[in-house]
Design a protein around this ligand. Sequence first.
Ligand SMILES: Cc1cc2nc3c(=O)[nH]c(=O)nc-3n(C[C@H](O)[C@H](O)[C@H](O)COP(=O)(O)OP(=O)(O)OC[C@H]3O[C@@H](n4cnc5c(N)ncnc54)[C@H](O)[C@@H]3O)c2cc1C
Length: 226
Amino acid sequence: MRSAAYTSRVLGARLLSPEVRELTLEHPGGDFSYRAGQWISLHLPVGEKPPLVRAYTLASASREALHLCLDRYPDGLGSEYLFPLPVGERLQFDGPLGRFTMPESGLPLLWIARYTGIVPFRAMLQERRKSDERAPVTLLYAADREEDLIYLDEFQEGALDDPTLRIETSLGSGPESLTPRLPELLAQQSGAVPMVCGAGSFVRAIRDWFVERGYERRAIRCESYD
Ligand SMILES: Cc1cc2nc3c(=O)[nH]c(=O)nc-3n(C[C@H](O)[C@H](O)[C@H](O)COP(=O)(O)OP(=O)(O)OC[C@H]3O[C@@H](n4cnc5c(N)ncnc54)[C@H](O)[C@@H]3O)c2cc1C
């Protein structure tokens, strides 16, 4: 199997919901550093022609360890390998990769996430809390069921002592479960930069919603999981 640039041991794991597991990996050391919102490319010893390469977003802004948050895809080659992976196993990866990071403009941000699309925003929340200058953020967070709103408690806790962080949740299966809320949120935060993350169909639908209302496509920052 072609070797990747970094290897890390799994230090711990916890279930965030019946279908989502968080892994803690040791920091690989060396020159590895990343910005909240970036992802790594795991090289997994599975499939017909290993390595199977899969992208996973770094779920925290920690400098001591790496965190990944895995959704269990039914019959998914990579996620079925990772979901039960025991503590002590090693994972190989390249990275960090991606440009879905917080803009430095200071403009208000509108974070729109569905289900595990919350992962880069969780890392950004942690990064944001380390800084004194915080752009106002509104999080609009959707999932099918209450139990699928992973990390919600951390955002709610963060909002307790941070008046510039506002959180709205929505339950439902499609993008239409949250698009009716967008006009009011945008009216309350003029100039807000939309940042969208989740499965491809969700991200495309939300981006189209903005484009249909006159936004330039490149002004909508998107991270799609497929
Ligand atoms: C930038 C980026 C960041 C990401 N971050 C995360 C993250 O933080 N957390 C996370 O959980 N995921 C993340 N993903 C998604 C992740 O990379 C994988 O795509 C995901 O885990 C599924 O991979 P898999 O190997 O388990 O499934 P795959 O084997 O690729 O299959 C995916 C699904 O398609 C079905 N399928 C496969 N082949 C067929 C076929 N021929 N016909 C019909 N159905 C089929 C499978 O049953 C499965 O349900 C990210 C993706 C990207 C691009």
